[in-house]
Ligand binder design. Structure first.
Ligand SMILES: Nc1ncnc2c1ncn2[C@@H]1O[C@H](COP(=O)(O)OP(=O)(O)OP(=O)(O)O)[C@@H](O)[C@H]1O
Ligand SMILES: [Mg+2]
Length: 343
């Protein structure tokens, strides 16, 4: 039987700027088992990175603060751990590939030394063995002439190469949980495929669990068992990747899947992006946060916030019209009534 590794429960994170409070993450929950991978998708600003960095308690405070919820890792609440204990978890049991790699490499040390140090901190090996492993890791992530590159500084690498070095460092710790925040966006398709294969390979070998944050639904399809769709700091849909692709229940998820299909077809027409923009999170939102952009919104959507419900086992959605049948009915109604809007 698989064992629960991570449990994020009702996570709330806020950022303060003067008298304005931005509720960046508002009640996010999900579980992850050992050896399982979960994708987090959602448009820019939906709270994906904030959710991920909260797990490592790396939210800058001020202006940020985790104001509610629990994060259990192997049964221990990370949010209640001492600073000393959480430091031991970081980079050891949980490692993260950050969205911005330039913040994570030390500019004054050679890349090889940074990689070797990481290997030696987490694996009991001699300096010579660490060097061999470091070269192997650089080779694995597709850095050409890795031996030569070992003696170079981060600024001598290209952006994509720095990202690959970060991936090598994160993977060299043999973590139980790897959080990868847009790990392959700066890379070309061939290298992206190599890196994703490398992650899958290591996952199988090390029984590693993965949280994969990405804009690319194809990456989720290729690498993840389950996924959550975030919108305005909340989870609007969650479940097995297959179930969501075959039967997406939230109109926002339909939009995401639609725009992705257009993208992969390399259409010359404008992307069928979802019109409008997400709500300002510094105001209290009445009703469903997606209502203003939802072509099928009805009166109730502007009044009451839908809770996450599970109309199909293991497949949850936060929409007043949860089942496929209800949604089809609603679509027909919307065409008859014309669209409603928040007054
Ligand atoms: N250090 C910070 N200070 C103030 N606000 C922040 C900070 N970090 C994040 N936020 C806010 O939190 C919200 C969620 O940001 P987050 O970085 O999680 O988005 P995201 O889903 O990762 O987006 P992207 O796809 O662009 O990476 C945004 O409104 C953002 O402005
Ligand atoms: Mg992000």
């Amino acid at each position: 039987m698989s064992q629960q590794l991570l449990r994020v429960k009702d996570l709330q994170v806020e950022f303060k700027s003067g008298s304005i409070t931005n509720k960046a993450v508002n009640g996010v929950s999900f579980d992850l088992d050992a050896n399982e991978s979960i994708g987090i998708v959602g448009e820019s600003g939906s709270g994906k990175s904030v959710t991920a960095t909260s797990i490592l308690r790396l939210i800058p405070n001020p202006p940020g603060k985790i104001t509610g919820g629990d994060i259990y890792f192997k049964g221990n609440n990370l949010l209640e751990m001492s600073n000393n204990d959480i430091r031991k978890v970081r980079g050891n049991e949980i490692s993260m590939i950050f969205q911005d790699p330039s913040t994570s490499l030390n500019p004054v040390f050679k890349v090889g030394n940074q990689l070797m140090e990481s290997i030696r901190t987490h694996q009991n090996v001699s300096k010579k063995e660490a060097k061999k492993k470091a070269i192997e890791m650089l080779e694995l992530v597709g850095i050409p002439a890795p031996e030569k590159r070992m003696n170079m500084y981060p600024h001598e690498f290209s952006g994509g190469m720095r990202q690959r070095v970060m991936i090598a460092i994160a993977l060299s710790c043999n973590p139980e949980l790897l959080i990868a925040d847009e790990p392959t966006t700066a890379l070309d398709v061939t290298v992206q495929a190599q890196i994703l294969n490398l992650m899958k390979d290591l996952q199988a070998r090390l029984q590693m669990s993965i949280i994969m944050i990405t804009h690319d639904l194809g990456v989720v399809w290729e690498t993840c068992d389950k996924m959550i769709v975030m919108y305005a700091g909340r989870v609007v849909e969650s479940g097995e990747v297959k179930a969501i692709y075959q039967n997406p229940l939230h109109p926002y998820t339909w939009g995401l899947l639609d725009s992705q299909i257009t993208e992969s077809q390399e259409s010359t027409e404008a992307l069928s992006a979802i019109p409008g923009s997400p709500p300002d999170l510094s105001y209290e939102i009445k009703g469903c946060p997606f209502a203003d952009r939802c072509p099928y919104a009805q009166a109730i959507c502007y009044e009451t916030t839908p809770e996450l419900a599970e109309p199909y086992q293991g497949h949850a959605v936060a929409c007043h019209f949860q089942t496929t049948e209800q949604q089809l009915e609603r679509r027909e109604d919307a065409y008859v009534d014309g669209s409603t809007s928040r007054s």
